[in-house]
Design a protein around this ligand. Structure first.
Ligand code: IFL
Length: 428
């Protein structure tokens, strides 16, 4: 039997091969390292050996991303089985203590293939939003509170305020740390390499878009949030001395518009770099039904958001990554047939600021657009995801086609390549 007999213990990696922070930049193999990345939340799902896995597609997606200069992926590592309507299934955690080895082997396969292409990966270990179960599902398990899907209740304020209860729930935190340990201390079943020794992991990330609560978060909620970040990041470093740790924060939009909180949340020496996200449509700056009339407002606020967070990173003396941004297709439409002229214009504005500031030596370390749809296609007339459908860049909480960049979006792919080349051409 081939199996375990031929998994050879990999030699420990050289320290310099890990991505580290050097003053306010990333450094890798003695060179400044800039991220031209994609959000690819379902990369581990495609890598699964059976069930939802589609390894042939995964290999083509990785090759197609590599071909346009994408050198980094941001990937969901774990998900929690939930009754919430707009969540992915299956989940890596069915109930506390029960983990789906088929899905976790998918992450192993993804990491093995990423290494072959010399890409790096940011791996997030939880989710503030419902599309992978996330913190709300932990509270359902350990508080018995109903897991209320905000897509159903339409009450995001209550959702955010209740979900932040995760940070102070000891039993939920204990299980979350069990899951963290299971992933961070995992040995890749394909390569035989411990994850903690895998130089293609750029950082461990606490969660996708962790927020202190809603926009009216209290000083006490903010203090709990900052403490959770510091202690959880410290816990990950205690398990893994080689890799960086990041928060997954959106910036001020995910910090109750409180710049001091955003700084405090990233001040800890356990947090190696800052992250931020940019969502003009989600945040009401851009009206895709009135693109001409709302463009100036949207791009003005976006430019300010892009630049002000780089300035905040300068204050802390740490790098920052713009690890999510997006805009919908012309129309607006979810259809892959719709053009992407407005999105391309927005992407170019974002890329120009990121690359110009990086070329000037400011602490912006790169971008990840949201999100790689690639060969995936929406399966249903209403564009909602159902189990068994293709995975695309949009998770099940949103219409499949909302923000995805598909392999047929040639103008977008060319734009990404143009700026990936510019970023990777920066020598420092
Ligand atoms: O992390 C996220 N940020 C914004 C995306 C698009 O709305 C969303 O799909 C995801 O939850």
């Amino acid at each position: 039997m081939i199996g375990a007999c031929c998994v050879v213990e990999a030699a420990p990696a050289a320290k310099g091969d890990f991505v580290t922070v050097k003053k306010t930049h990333f450094s890798r193999k003695g060179q400044a390292y800039y991220i031209a990345g994609a959000n690819f939340w379902y990369g581990g799902y495609l890598g699964a050996p059976s069930g939802v896995g589609d390894r042939a597609r995964l290999l083509k997606e990785l090759d197609n991303m590599k071909a346009i200069g994408i050198n980094n992926l941001r990937v969901l590592a774990v998900s929690e089985k939930t009754d919430m309507k707009s969540a992915v299934s299956p989940a890596t955690t069915s109930v506390p203590g029960q983990y789906d080895e088929n899905l976790l082997a998918g992450l192993d396969f993804l990491m093995a293939e990423v290494a072959k292409r010399d890409m790096t990966v940011v791996i997030y270990l939880n989710n503030f939003w419902q599309w992978s179960g996330g913190m709300t599902q932990y509270l359902n398990w350990f508080e018995g509170t109903p897991a209320l899907d905000p897509n159903v209740t339409k009450d995001y304020d209550t959702y955010m305020q209740k979900t932040a209860g995760f940070y102070r729930n000891a039993a939920a935190q204990a299980e979350y740390r069990n899951v963290i340990a299971r992933i961070v201390k995992r040995v890749n079943t394909i390569t035989g390499k411990p994850y903690s020794d895998d130089t293609h992991i750029l950082s461990w990330q606490l969660a996708n878009e962790p927020r202190p609560g809603n926009g009216k978060a209290t000083p006490e909620e903010k203090a709990v949030y900052v403490k959770w970040i510091d202690e959880t990041a410290g816990y990950i470093h205690s398990l893994d001395k080689n890799h960086m740790v990041s928060t997954g924060s959106e910036g001020l939009a995910g910090s109750a518009q409180d710049a001091q909180l955003f700084l405090d949340a990233h001040r800890s020496s356990n947090v190696d770099y800052l992250t931020y996200h940019l969502w003009p449509k989600n945040w009401g700056w851009f009206d895709s039904n009135n693109p001409t009339g709302s463009w100036d407002n949207a791009i003005g606020k976006s430019r300010d958001y892009l630049n002000s967070h780089i300035d905040l990173a300068k204050k802390l003396g740490k790098p920052i990554v713009l690890e999510e941004f997006g805009l919908d297709r012309d129309g607006p439409s979810f259809s892959i047939k719709a053009t992407t002229k407005i999105r391309d214009r927005f992407y170019r504005e974002v890329f120009d600021i990121v690359t110009t500031r990086a070329q000037k030596g400011d602490p912006i370390a790169g971008f990840n657009f949201w999100a790689w749809g690639g060969m995936g296609r929406a399966a249903n007339a209403d564009y909602w995801w159902k189990p068994g459908n293709d995975f695309v860049g949009d998770p099940p909480q949103e219409e499949q086609g909302l923000y995805s960049v598909f392999d047929s979006d040639v103008s977008s792919l060319l734009l990404i390549k143009e700026y990936a080349d510019k970023l990777q051409g920066i020598k420092r």
